[in-house]
Design a protein around this ligand. Sequence first.
Ligand SMILES: [Cu+2]
Length: 145
Amino acid sequence: MRRLILAGSIFVAGCSAQSAAPVANDGYVRLAAVPGRPAAGYFALRGGMKDTTLVRVEAPGVSRAEMHGSKMTANGMVTMESLANVPVPAKTDVAFAPGGRHVMLFDVPHTVTPGSRLPLTLRFADGAATQVEAKVIAAGDVAPE
Ligand SMILES: [Cu+2]
């Protein structure tokens, strides 16, 4: 509902009721095993009516949210790299999932505990935004379906 209001205010003319902006679903946040360490956010992103670029992720009370990619080094180690932006082609699935892209959430408030929800706001280069209510799980929990 919120997404449609945002889209409506930004795309002034010519838009139908269809979602112009990408849509995010199945969000969850895995807390770190050690308090104070960053949590990891995941979601399934689906491109909207046109190509765009994800430029920022925000969460209330979180000091910093960085988009990261994971990549394998020559000696088989997995390392993370910070991503300034993530292309989201029209009508294309862009996964943020374990082993791949994710959002690192720094200084997650103490009120964010397993079983709670943390709204993630995804902001795009064209000014559009979408939100996903991420389920919060503990470090050792199985990821939600
Ligand atoms: Cu990371």
